[in-house]
Design a protein around this ligand. Structure first.
Ligand SMILES: [Zn+2]
Length: 384
């Protein structure tokens, strides 16, 4: 099984010709549509790579390679040459992207400007070296524009077989960022540890209200004719700083948690069971009366979390399954649960009682046996 991870790095604008990159993206789109157009003014090697690289990309989709509509901007796939410390070389000799681990630089040849032998040099991102240590290889790269800024996307590839799960299951319930993400480690039908983790919603809320307050002040000052004054700029800057802090703390939490949970699964050789229920989370958040911008941010971070969890699981060979684990249905008898004070769920039919975030864990215990049996059957049949 091949696993992929992608890193975006911003390219120095002053060293790039945006129109040239735009043109390469347009050509890539045409290649994707099956056209072959040779433009006499473009470097031959680049045109060659465009058609050659694309063949390798078809059906091997990584990031942004599928244009959604005609003439949409498509990232340009590029082959790479890797030069290692011991002078060992892998890849294509005249590739447009050279990853030189001896000098710790990345060289981009002919893709930033349409000038003969034009090349730029970037420092090697730490991320690349880390993926290399984990057994990955950067076979592909892509160049493209995001919000009209030039970027290089590096795609690490790793061939990895998921391990045979031990008796442990790591269940991750993506509830909502309001109450957090609940996870539990289960063995032999018993919950060994469980925890809910969440970003500091109190801090987020505070920052949000501070932002709004400042943005209103700026609006008021502008109508009074103070736009462009130093005071207005200062308040604007304060609002911007708060907004980006909200973004940063939620995003950091996403990456931190996903990596923590995958490491935990690795440690116990657990089967990772993910309950991804973003619609219910959205409703819960709306009920909480949080501001709409914040809900949007939290939901998008939830999606990012699930995506990151899946990406990391694939990369490290952690076997995983998506399973619906309801928190409002009784795991013992299937009746509807009633929520009492303190988010405690109670079954009127059989007397089951548990904190709301624990209910999915009980479902997991019940369902996991079925999942495992299914896995065994699939392996026997060779589907896995
Ligand atoms: Zn019940």
């Amino acid at each position: 099984m091949k696993a992929y991870r992608t890193l975006l790095t911003r390219l120095p604008e002053e060293e790039c010709d945006i129109d040239y990159i735009k043109r390469l993206m347009a050509l890539t789109n045409l290649v994707y549509r099956g056209y072959e157009i040779w433009s006499p003014d473009l470097p031959k090697t680049i045109q060659h790579h465009l058609y050659e690289s694309f063949k390798n990309y078809m059906g091997n989709l990584v990031f942004g390679a599928t244009p959604k509509r005609w003439f949409a901007k498509t990232w340009v796939p590029l082959k790479t040459l890797r030069i290692y410390q011991d002078d060992l070389r892998k890849g294509i000799g005249n590739a447009p992207v050279v990853l030189d681990f001896r000098d710790n630089v990345i060289r981009l040849r002919q893709v930033c400007k349409n000038e003969p032998r034009y090349s730029i040099e970037l420092p090697m991102p730490k991320w690349v070296v880390e993926r290399l240590k984990e057994g990955g290889d950067i076979k592909f790269a892509m160049i493209g524009l995001k919000n009209d800024k030039p970027y290089l996307a590096l795609v690490a590839e790793r061939v990895v077989e998921p391990y045979q799960p031990s008796g442990y299951r790591l269940v991750v319930d993506v509830n909502s960022w309001r109450y957090g993400i609940a996870w539990g480690l289960i063995k032999n039908g018993k919950i060994i540890t469980w925890k809910t983790e969440k970003p500091d919603t109190f801090l987020i809320n505070t920052l949000y209200h501070q932002t709004i307050e400042r943005e209103r002040k700026v609006g008021k000052l502008k109508t009074l004719g103070y736009s462009g004054s130093a005071k207005v700029d200062e308040i604007k800057e304060q609002a911007r700083a708060r907004r980006s802090k909200i973004y940063r703390i939620t995003r950091d939490k996403v990456y931190f948690l996903a990596s923590k949970l995958v490491r935990k699964a690795l440690k116990y050789k657990a089967l990772l069971v993910i309950d991804d229920m973003t619609e219910e989370s959205r409703r819960e958040l709306l009920e909480e009366g949080l501001p709409r911008d914040i809900i949007k941010l939290l939901i998008s971070n939830l999606r990012k979390f699930v995506h990151q969890l899946e990406t990391l699981a694939k990369w490290h060979g952690v076997p995983y399954r998506f399973e619906r684990l309801p928190s409002t249905v009784c795991p013992m008898c299937g009746s509807k649960l009633v929520q009492e004070d303190g988010r405690v769920m109670v079954c009127d039919n059989c007397g089951f009682k548990a904190p709301r975030d624990m209910v999915p864990m009980h479902w997991a215990i019940k369902k996991v046996e079925i999942i495992v049996r299914e896995c065994v059957v699939k392996e026997k049949m060779g589907w896995g």
